[in-house]
Write a protein that binds this ligand. Sequence first.
Ligand code: WTA
Length: 633
Amino acid sequence: MAEAVATTNTQEWYYPSEEIVKNAYIPDYDAVYKKAQQDPEAFWAEQAEKLHWFRKWDKVLDSSNAPFYKWFVGGKTNIAYNALDRHVKTAHKNKLALIWEGENGDQHTYSYYRLTQEVNKFANVLKSMGVQKGDRVTIYMGRVPELVIAMLACAKIGAVHSVVYGGFSEQSLADRIEDAQSRVLVTQDGAWLRGQIVELKKIADAAVRRSPVVEHVVVFKRTGHAVEMEPDRDYWWHDLMALPIASTKCEAEVMDAEDPLFILYTSGTTGKPKGILHTHGGYQVYTSTTLQWVFDLKEEDRWWCAADPGWITGHSYIVYAPLILGVTSFMYEGAPTHPYPNRWWKLVEYYGITVMYTAPTAIRGLMRFGAAWPNRHDLSSLRLLGSVGEPINPEAWKWYYEVIGKGRCPIMDTWWQTETGGFMITPLPVTPLKPGSATKPFPGIEVDVVDEDGHPVPPGQDGLLVIKKPWPGMLRTVYGDPERYKNQYWSKFPGMYLAGDSARKDEDGYIWVIGRVDDVIKVSGYRLGTAEVESGLVSHPAVAEAAAIGLPDELKGNIIYAYCLLRQGYEGSPQLEEQLKDHVRHEIGPIAVPAKIEFVKQLPKTRSGKIMRRVLKARALGQPEGDISTLEE
Ligand code: WTA
């Protein structure tokens, strides 16, 4: 069922300026698309050749064991070498790789040279803890440069990082540590958010108690407030980095193109999060090509991806792709409204940001405060804007375009997923835009909108979004669960990747993504499974059964609405509702807290006992319940 609020006015066009067209990296989308379509392997090989390979691949794509596709087979590389070492060999070492501002106004900058040295030092620290190629390291941090350093250090020595978003709480963190079997956890004392401390170390301690596989905890000091340090388990980042073992020399491990780079857990349709696995070779080619073409990044740019590095957007477009391209990336620690709602616009002006990439929910949140806040700042450095995470409603699109971009900056509405590694359906700067549509597939990508039988639907009709060919940035498997990978993505329509979204194509071939069709809810752009929220609720002693659904919300895109059936001896009350919300906050994290919990005597179920969330949703929205022939009641 459609979740979000995209209206499809397919007639309204926005065209790029001559300036944009003149500077475009890819001036003719149709020609490049066609070329890529005619020979995708040659196309991807051409992009891969722009990077460093210790040994060139023998074969671009191996489909012999589909859907376990392999890319750049036989190639030897290392993504961290392409992101750092390669640049340090030239004058590029003096260029700023990362500019960071803390919520409290702290500023740090890293040249490519310095970043490389820090990464090498931390890589040596990890090695001294016995971390080897293929070992998993869990990283649970806020938005600080040390998070980037820790990720790259893992990549450099061939360890597999698993970054857990700092907004998750103890059970979620414990589950992810357990699934990855990480012996090392990297965290920080606390993170700053809205002037408050998020107690990351305390949550990490609780998670480690539930997941005793962890042997070493590295703690970066950010807030400086008192935290408990367990002897022989916990070490301060700065102490380790001061040891002689933390040398600035570290050779990049020679990795097979298909060796794992990271696991990133994301919500699926069961309570158990899915560890999406990406590899060194294909991912580096895909993320760097997409970033360069979609945002036209050049030497002089200052790029700001305002996402969290703990999500795929941050992995691909704060950390890896910008560094591979050698651009200057900006990163901000805190909330957009701290201390006032002009913080972001102040940062754009102060740092001269040229390209900015954020989520519709953030735009809607800032739009609420009115145009006076951005209007106080000189935003003329901006040249392109971007959006990701959910459909952008035309109202927010226009505000972003007019008030932030002053009608000069095309908006790149990029559709993609944790699983896809990088942008899949997206405009290029030269693409004529329609507010609310992610427009067309990136060159080399073939998408379609199909019905339940896998047949393409006519223009204007809703259907399921599928991808019809493998691409280098695709996930390789679900960590530890290849069957789930096959079933979830490749079994409904053989040979086609099922995205889990509904969409429609218009007469011009533009794609309008509508929203998730599975039990995944997008809340403020964050991806959550109904099953995760439900298992959080059911872990409270008062709750016998729970059902969670997403309902449309003007600000957050969707909010979570939960129904609870209580155990005998418990009565529903506003106090219990608050207790349950607290419980979910504590177990899973603030993003999973339902906006409303309703106590019910019964949940609509199929005869086989499956909760019919569809029925709950229809009732909550006052809509017809659809086919309820399987309903038990
Ligand atoms: C949704 C985020 C409409 C979609 C990169 C997808 C979007 C899910 C867009 C993946 C967009 C992402 N327009 N919907 N431009 N971008 N989505 O894994 O439902 O956190 O399936 O990756 O976000 O969320 P994920």
